[in-house]
Design a protein around this ligand. Sequence first.
Ligand code: PMP
Ligand code: GLN
Length: 398
Amino acid sequence: MPQTFPSPHKIKAERVAGFGTTVFTVWSQLAREHQAINLGQGFPDFAPPAFVMVGLKNQLDGYQQYSFLAGMPTLREALAEQYQRDWGRAVDPATEVTVTVGATEGIYATIQALIDPGDEVVLMEPFYDSYPASVTMAGGVCRYVPLRPDDEGSWYLDMDEFRSVVSPNTRMLVLNTPNNPTGKCFTREELQAIADVCIENDVLVLADEVYDHLLFDGREHCSIATLDGMWERTITLSSVGKTFSVTGWKIGWAITSPALTDALQMGLQWVRFSVATPLQLASAEAIQASATNGYYDELTASYQGKRDFLVDALKAAGLRPLIPEGTYFVIADTSDWGFENDESFCRHLVTEVGVVAIPPSHFYSPEHRHLAHHLARFAFCKKDEVLEEAASRLRNAR
Ligand code: PMP
Ligand code: GLN
């Protein structure tokens, strides 16, 4: 008998068999099908700043061959200088910086490099969806702790709840600040309390800081890596996607100690060997230029206006926004619209109102999914006129 391949009984390996299609893919597809305004998937619908595009064009005629595993020296040097300025500590571009294919690869590769089967990884909910997937692919075990909104609508981590999920098997905490989707920016005091638990229990921290230039109302970003005793146990990840409105470039990085850098690079060399050279060089130019051209202030001011606009629009539509402190997302409480859950609310929005939002229950474990039943996530990284049209559709729908 000729064997059929693949066997109808087993096509997918166990490490991927449980995955569905990502919520971002699903809802962007629905936006296209219904010609709805896409406030779901977080990507800017406007052009990147002119100086960033000039930098890219400058590089297109340049060097086109393999980069180094760790990334192009110019980019690593630009990053080392930036972190040195922001953190007030020397960062060695040769041994403490690794360029990755977006922060997404940084997350995957960090977890692959440091998590053994059975190791526990603590994730705060709502989480960015690639965290549990990456832990699962490494054979790790996720332990979940929810962020909760207080009476004023500010999200907080209950430290007793956090401590209760940390055990001798805990190897890593994933900490995302500014936080997608809540918009929470952890304060230095909150980070210190988290750091104390990590040090006491010998836990590593994957610090996902891709929104580190998007904070509102004069807030300043604080990296947990800068707290005493944390540098040695923290891998700080970020990328150019959000900061320079170039989510398609997929240039990211990991900043960490030489020992953790070495572990990360051992795996990475087999995943992609190196990262797109011209895009790294263009990213280096953008980062260097932004040290002096005032771009980060302009970015914050522009997003502050968009946040304020969308928050007011949601209020006017009878939705109750939880004011984000950073990122380009806002979570709203949809209870007053009377839907059974976030999925049915978002379905109604796309089919009847012509606006896409993301149902946040996808960012929770089954155990805590009910916490999201009356929430929806809206992105405001969109042109002002697009936000205005969405606002009018929402207002008229109510
Ligand atoms: N982490 C968070 C919290 C994000 O929102 C995103 C956005 N896509 C990423 C990581 C991935 O970043 P990148 O596009 O650089 O891979
Ligand atoms: N980070 C973006 C968001 O949260 C989308 C990323 C993606 O599509 N994978 O909307």
